[in-house]
Design a binder for this molecule. Sequence first.
Ligand code: GLN
Length: 446
Amino acid sequence: AYIDRIKSVDPALQAYLTVLEDQALAQAAEVDEKISQGQALKPLEGIPMALKDNMCTEGIRTSCASKMLDNFYPPYNATVTERLRAVGTILLGKLNMDEFAMGSSTENSYFAKTRNPWNLECVPGGSSGGSAVAVAGDEAAFTLGSDTGGSIRQPAAFCGVVGMKPTYGAVSRLGLIAFASSLDQIGPFTKTVRDNALVMNAIAGHDPLDSTSVPYETPDYTKFLVNDIKGLKIGIPREYFGEGIDPEVAKGIQAGIQTLIDLGAEVAECSLPHTEYAIPAYYLIATAEASSNLARYDGVRYGYRADSNDVLGMFKKTRAEGFGQEVKRRIMLGTYALSSGYYDAYYLKAQKVRTLIKEDFDKAFETFDVLLSPTAPTPAFKFGEKSADPLAMYLSDITTVPINLAGIPAISIPAGFVKGLPIGMQLMGKPFGEGSLYRVAYTFEQ
Ligand code: GLN
């Protein structure tokens, strides 16, 4: 049914870069066989899903939506790919994204323009646009995306689905093609909060092959789906409702807050005073780390290689032809920020600001269990509306990037409609507090 659905809607939506029809149908037949023999299935066994195209899949093209990796067939699976295989899910294919996960609209893909199923003239958000659209358009039961500065939560909000960015270190990044290593996290897109918790059960947990993976006892996340939030303390950071936030979006979120009060939560305003510095700090740190991570694409070890008579010329031509405009912009910004004489003024300073932002959250969580805000300042925008103005695009990340700088978990859940388009409510939690986020999110589904 999912393969048929992909065939009927994906020519318009363009969420998929690769569809694995034969492989998926063969796997499904095996599960059908088990069912007909009366064998018990594991919770996710036989569930059709798809992965963002920056997660390694052995022998299956993993392009990062870049010309640079157009011909990259990884020799190994990412840990998440491996874990989802182990619990019996069926991989339907690989999903479109902004090139190397850089962007907020999926317009930076080298290959395709993914469209928002709610309005085909609008972007799906990004960078995990394909992952959000595949779930919203019923082209997969669930998908995985990656979130460096909002790339799971913002497209989830734009497409009206649930998207979780787990705590930094909660889900292994082995085999996730790196963008900004101190910020990147993998997480699930689903239709419901329960599905989201089930997928987290399968992918979270320590991985000795990823040095940033934290050894911790993963709970059964479905245990938090209790439909009771009485006495839970929820903070509303005032900086997330101010300048730049569409008043209609703020109003929609206020309605959600009222629901939580009615259900017995204790809600109060709070402050995260360094929020205004999050965008500049993020765009220094993310570009600096990206410039370093992307140095490996030299035409020798991976992917695309341009024709040239000499080695240096080959490096230059490969990178000039293989990377798109936004990726080049970030490599240049990041290289500049890291260059000698500038390191202290830019990168080091941004890291100090990052600590202040983290401390804002620590302080708020002394009082509150969960913080709440809009996921994005506006609903989905039109194609081309921001792509000519990188700064306008960067500024739209104001509500999501502080969370990655602090390393804490956050989930986006559907919170109604503005101008006929879905908007998202963001819930932020303490490190490894994903359970509390599921608890609050779940009450909205009841
Ligand atoms: N929009 C942000 C950026 O362009 C976040 C991207 C992401 O989370 N991968 O960097």
